[in-house]
Design a protein around this ligand. Structure first.
Ligand SMILES: Cc1cc2nc3c(=O)[nH]c(=O)nc-3n(C[C@H](O)[C@H](O)[C@H](O)COP(=O)(O)OP(=O)(O)OC[C@H]3O[C@@H](n4cnc5c(N)ncnc54)[C@H](O)[C@@H]3O)c2cc1C
Length: 312
């Protein structure tokens, strides 16, 4: 990255920019090369300035949250990775109307913190998210869901920073959500969201969370690195069932393998490279296509560039 660009980024987000920053530790997969620049803006104005600068310069730009649905390639990201800082982590009860309680959560609030907060306040509705290792922003962007619930079901209002650097308030009726997708205006970034929860008790919310976590840990692999489900579920059969029936459980490439416990998870113990995972994704897609004529579509987002081949 040119020195002049580095200096400008440092001026726009003082103390919040790192160069040639490894990305692997910022994702749950723990894979991939470095970013030319990692910027962690702590306010809307800082975020907006950085985005404007990168877009004007036509620099590749990627918004990373907890990195639990992202795989960076081994050559890293040749541009600017933006990760919202602690300034986007406000979490509060805004008000109530009878049993309906409005909670505001910044985009960088972790799902774990949100769930703990809702349990403490005795607010029910989002317990099914327990155990998802993302943030509010990432979960909304992906319309994360489990056990029949989706985060968008409880969404009331969304505040986004649009591509022109303006904060826009979108009400539920203006946001269309589908399976693992939220229809955001192009180039916009979620900065905070309001959810409507139902008043309950700490004990009841805790019990529901315990139930969902129990169900999650019986089907998901533990003690390994992953990005959760690799593929979206096709309409007819869950992706995991197709992968299992294609005889691919346990199949490996390099140090990455298809989980024995949940066939839609690709896992490793820290020694794989992103290239292993990508080859395994291709293999699974090709075997499932051959066997069932079904095209598995990745749910995870694959970003960045491959490592350059060593000069001979
Ligand atoms: C063990 C494990 C279990 C999982 N279980 C589930 C599950 O049950 N259900 C499920 O749906 N998912 C699951 N996931 C996948 C993942 O956790 C979710 O998709 C999660 O919501 C992603 O959030 P994140 O903060 O990590 O986002 P990231 O992975 O960092 O980003 C995901 C996408 O969202 C975009 N994004 C992030 N923040 C914003 C923002 N503020 N504004 C606009 N776009 C944004 C990013 O650019 C990227 O395109 C699981 C993952 C793991 C590792």
């Amino acid at each position: 990255m040119e020195q002049e660009i580095k200096m400008r980024l440092d001026q726009l987000a003082p103390g919040h920019v790192k160069f040639d920053e490894p990305l692997a530790h910022l994702t749950t997969f723990g894979l991939g090369g470095p970013a030319d620049a990692l910027v962690e803006p702590d306010s809307i104005s800082e975020l907006s300035e950085v985005l404007r600068f990168a877009r004007n310069r036509r620099m590749p730009l990627f918004l990373l949250a907890a990195g639990s649905n992202v795989l960076f390639r081994d050559g890293g990201f040749p541009g600017v990775v933006v990760k919202l800082g602690p300034g986007f982590s406000k979490l509060d009860v805004l008000g109530s109307d009878g049993d309906r309680v409005t909670v505001e959560a910044g985009a960088a609030v972790s799902i774990g913190s949100l769930i703990k907060f809702l349990q403490k306040e005795g607010l029910s509705g989002l317990e099914f998210l327990a155990g998802i290792p993302g943030t509010v922003g990432g979960a909304l962007a992906m319309n994360a869901g489990a056990f029949g619930g989706e985060i968008s079901d409880l969404l009331h209002v969304l505040h986004v920073l649009d591509a022109d650097g303006q904060v826009k308030k979108l009400s539920q009726s203006q946001i269309s959500a589908s399976y693992r997708h939220l229809d955001l205006p192009d180039g916009s970034i979620i900065v905070k969201a309001m959810f409507i929860l139902t008043r309950s008790t700490t004990g009841q919310v805790k019990e529901k969370i315990r139930g969902y976590l129990g169900r999650r840990w019986t089907v998901q692999p533990t003690g390994v690195k992953s990005a959760g489900s690799i593929f979206k579920n096709p309409s007819l059969e869950p992706a995991g069932k197709l992968i299992d029936q294609a005889g691919l459980k346990g199949r490996s490439i390099g140090r990455a393998w298809v989980s024995e416990k949940h066939a839609n998870f690709i896992v490793h113990r820290g020694e794989a490279c992103a290239g292993d995972v990508i080859q395994l994704i291709d293999l699974v897609q090709s075997e499932v296509r051959k066997k069932f004529g079904v095209e598995l579509e990745p749910e995870i987002i694959i970003e960045g560039v491959d490592r350059e081949a060593d000069p001979k």
